[in-house]
Each structure stands twice: as C-alpha cells, then as structure tokens.
Design a protein around this ligand. Structure first.
Ligand SMILES: C=CC1=C(C)c2cc3[nH]c(cc4nc(cc5[nH]c(cc1n2)c(C)c5CCC(=O)O)C(CCC(=O)O)=C4C)c(C)c3C=C
Ligand SMILES: [Fe+2]
Ligand SMILES: [Fe+2]
Length: 344
C-alpha cells in the first residue's frame, strides 16, 4: 500500500492518530554561488507565474535568452559577498533551518514535529511534507514566513503545498498560517530587536528607515493587499517605538525589471537623506524574517555605500529576526494559536 500515486515514496508511520506537524516555508535560495547554481534557482523562481505574470510565450524567451545569461553572474557575486562560509550555504538557508530547529525544541515535549522547506530549490515543500507524513503526522500547519501577504510569496507557497497534496491518495489535514502584518507578537519582536541593535550606539539615529521588498504597482492595482499590509506593520511599529511618519518612513527595495514598483524606492530615498542633514540612520527590514541577499547585500553593502558616498556618516543595519529568542517566541505564539483544537 502506498499513500502516494507517485512511485518511490517510503512507507509512512501510522497516520490517523492526530499527530501534528509544523512546516516552516520560506522562499528558497541557491545551493551555491556559481553561475549554474544561481541560474537554476533564478530560472525556477522567475518562471513562477505568480511572480512574473506576463504571458510565458512572451516572458520565457526574455528570461531564458537575456535574464538568465546576465543576472546569475551579478547575483552570484552578491551571494558570494554574504555567503555563510562556515556552513557553505546561503544565510537564508542557515536562518530558516535555525528557526525550525529552535521551534522544534519548544514543541518536542508535545510530540509535535517541526520541519522546514523552500518554495524554490531545496529542501522542497514536497520533501518537507513527505518527512512529516513519514513521521505519522496527519495534521499539518503550513507556515509561509511572510508577515505581509502577497500573491507572489504567500499564495505561491500555498500553491506549492496543494500541488503536492494533489498527488496524494491519503491527504493530511492542513491549515495555512495567514499573514501576520500587525500581530502584537510580531511587532513586539521587531521593536525589541531594533532596541537591542540601537542600544550599543553612542547616539540614537536621526531616523529609522523601514525597507520592505517591493512589488510591481500593477499587482497591487489588481488587488494584492501587500502595500496595505506593509503600512499596517509600520503604523504598529511606530506606535510601539514612539516614532512618527517623519522619523520612521516606509520605503520599498529590490525593484526588478523596468516596470513601476511600489514607491518610494529605498536606495534613492536613503541616498537623498544626507543633503537634508540626516547623516546617521538605521534601516529595519520587517518583511524579511531572515537575513538574505536583499538585506545583507542590497541594503548592507549597496545602499550603505551610496549613503556614505552622498555624505552619510553612519548606517546601522538592524538584523532580521533570524534565530533570536524573539523570533522563536513569535513563531511559537503563531503556531500555538493556529493549532488550537488539534493539540492542547
Ligand atoms: C518580479 C520579480 C520579483 C518579485 C515580484 C518578488 C517579490 C518578493 N520577493 C520577496 C522576498 C525575497 N526575494 C528575494 C530575492 C529575489 N527576488 C527577486 C525578484 C522578485 N521578488 C529576485 C530576482 C531575487 C534573487 C536575488 C537577485 O538576483 O537579486 C529574497 C532573498 C533570496 C536569497 O537567496 O537570499 C527574498 C527573501 C518578497 C517578500 C516579495 C514580495 C513581497
Ligand atoms: Fe524577491
Ligand atoms: Fe536585490
């Protein structure tokens, strides 16, 4: 007997006993920094029609012919600058695994398994669900690690889960974690992380710039609630930290391609601050649950050098929640709330 239509699947531990499993899902990242590793990752990512909505007949020739011949070299160099050389892996992978391992400790006494998977690349969502089922979990909480909802992130992660479930004869019950843009536990974790990062400075920064991953305006116009979610996060964080719109502005980074994306764009916004007399700033990137190429390289290297070249004096990069106690407290709070009725 097999619980899968697909061949080669291992036999599961007994299901049907109500065992709960938790799957942390993040974006994905290349396996190495070489041209072909980065190309493989970008090809899978940028072929997702949730991410690039243009017709594949138009987009695929551009992607395969232009983007994937140029971009892997540039992105590979950026990944090399931020690579976790101790483990020979991308920071996004290190932190996602760490979050999963730490969360697993919080649930071990309750016989609840915690695993992690990636929307693109390895370990895949399918592998992670398979792991939980093999351990006998028939109730799965799927947690896309995106505080703000976007079809390009949350929905495509959920799609990937359900695509796998479509192949199963015997499916587990599943719940998916909603976005948590202004959940008090999330805002508390952000505020505490910011306070810790700023506590060692000789003087407080003049401004804390918030920077979220951008999104094409067109997607928002079609109904993606991402911008509103980012605004809710920033409003709640300002309140928690006693700050205003002026000293905690909202910006969007990581624009890709020629279309108009959400504004203001982080890089020119920050490069324009020194001429207004703002020379010591901190940057917080609340949309990223883990440090990655976008936070460590785009902001930590590229935007920092533009700011310094424009006359800026100090840019403090506030780390993402990563493997901090605050991060794990947040994940535990969210998970416990979602598994109510499944586990005590
Ligand atoms: C049209 C292109 C892209 C959309 C839309 C998009 C949305 C989006 N992405 C994240 C989170 C992350 N993106 C990351 C990297 C990354 N993003 C794009 C493009 C789009 N993202 C590219 C091409 C890349 C690869 C890096 C590069 O070549 O510049 C990452 C980091 C991955 C890592 O390995 O470190 C994250 C995280 C969100 C939250 C989002 C929509 C809101
Ligand atoms: Fe992205
Ligand atoms: Fe980027």
């Amino acid at each position: 007997m097999s619980f899968l239509h697909i061949s080669g699947a291992s036999e599961p531990a007994p299901m049907g006993q109500g065992r709960v499993g938790i799957l942390l899902a993040n974006l994905g990242t290349p396996d190495d920094t070489g041209f072909s590793g980065v190309r493989r990752y970008l090809s899978e990512f940028l072929s997702d029609q949730r991410v690039i909505e243009a017709s594949p007949a138009v987009w695929q020739p551009i992607l395969q012919g232009v983007v994937l011949t140029v971009r892997p070299r540039k992105s590979g160099a950026a990944y090399r600058r931020i690579w976790n050389t101790d483990r020979n892996e991308s920071p996004l992978r290190t932190w996602t695994r760490e979050q999963s391992d730490q969360l697993a400790k919080r649930f071990s006494a309750e016989n609840i398994s915690v695993v992690w998977g990636m929307r693109y690349g390895k370990p895949s969502v399918a592998q992670a669900v398979g792991e939980l089922m093999t351990a006998g979990c028939d109730r799965i909480l799927f947690m896309p690690l995106y505080p703000q909802y976007s079809a390009t992130t949350t929905a495509t992660a959920n799609d990937q889960l359900f695509r796998f479930l479509m192949k199963l004869r015997r499916q587990p019950a599943v719940r998916t974690l909603p976005a948590f843009a202004d959940h008090p536990a999330y805002i508390r974790a952000l505020a505490e992380t910011a306070r810790q990062a700023l506590s060692s400075l000789s003087a407080p920064p003049q401004m804390i710039v918030t920077s979220f991953h951008g999104l094409p305006n067109e997607y928002v116009a079609k109904g993606d609630p991402y911008r509103q979610d980012c605004e809710r996060t920033v409003a709640a964080l300002r309140t928690a930290m006693g700050m205003t719109e002026q000293d905690m502005p909202l910006t969007f980074q990581s624009r890709f391609g020629p279309a108009k994306w959400l504004e203001p764009y982080t890089a020119p916004f920050i490069a324009g601050l020194p001429e207004k007399g703002v020379k010591r700033i901190a940057v917080i990137m609340p949309g990223f649950m883990a440090d990655c190429i976008e936070t460590l390289d785009e902001i930590g290297n590229e935007v920092r050098s533009e700011f310094l070249a424009a006359g800026g004096e100090e840019l403090t990069l506030i780390p993402c929640l990563n493997g901090s106690r605050e991060a794990i407290d947040l994940l535990e709070t969210l998970a416990r709330s979602e598994i109510q009725g499944w586990a005590a």
